[in-house]
Design a protein around this ligand. Structure first.
Ligand SMILES: [Cu+2]
Length: 183
């Protein structure tokens, strides 16, 4: 009888020890309380070459970037180098979320754009936000929504990985690594 009690006590203390070991007291509060509903995949950025003619790289691939009527303080002859970033954002949550902004250290200005057909010409337009539907996904792709890097500050070389910080209305900031590649 006494032996049985000892075994039970031993088992209980082992369980307590195991529980303590599995739950460190210094758990960092990094995850949002609601859990991360967004999943971002296939993030990529077009290469950018500072020495290339302005717009040259962006006129390729039918992305509509060649017909942009972006206003710059530099005038059309010395417009800065631009490039664009794309990704798929999936939302497993029950509420829509919105991409509000993107940040990276490769450009002076970063905007969210869409490509629209106006008078039979494809034009890019800044958008305030990009909806990620509840239980669905949105694709940022050439010819559609994209992250626009304006006045690129350095060469962006194929194969590089560019850290991009995305800001969402619900999910807050999310870091992604966008690989630099051709469309
Ligand atoms: Cu654009």
């Amino acid at each position: 009888m006494r032996n049985t009690i000892s075994v039970i006590l031993l088992a209980i203390s082992s369980l307590i020890l195991a529980a303590c070991g599995a739950a460190p007291t210094t758990t960092p509060a990094v995850a949002p309380a609601t859990g991360m509903a967004l999943e971002i995949r296939d993030a990529w950025v077009r290469p950018a070459n500072m020495a290339a003619m302005p717009m040259e790289g962006n006129a390729q691939g039918g992305s509509g970037h060649g017909t942009m009527d972006q206003t710059t303080e530099h005038g059309s002859m010395s417009a800065g180098t631009t490039t664009a970033g794309y990704m798929v954002i999936k939302n497993s949550g029950s509420e829509p979320d919105y991409l509000l902004a993107a940040a990276a250290d490769i450009a002076e200005t970063i905007e969210l754009h869409n490509v629209l057909m106006e008078d039979n010409v494809m034009r890019m337009r800044p958008v305030e936000k990009i909806e990620v539907p509840a239980g669905g996904e949105v694709e940022l792709r050439p010819g559609g929504f994209h992250v626009m890097f304006i006045d690129v500050t350095r060469d962006v070389k194929e194969g590089e990985s560019i850290p991009v910080t995305l800001t969402f209305e619900r999910a807050g900031t999310v870091e992604v690594n966008a690989v630099v590649r051709q469309p």
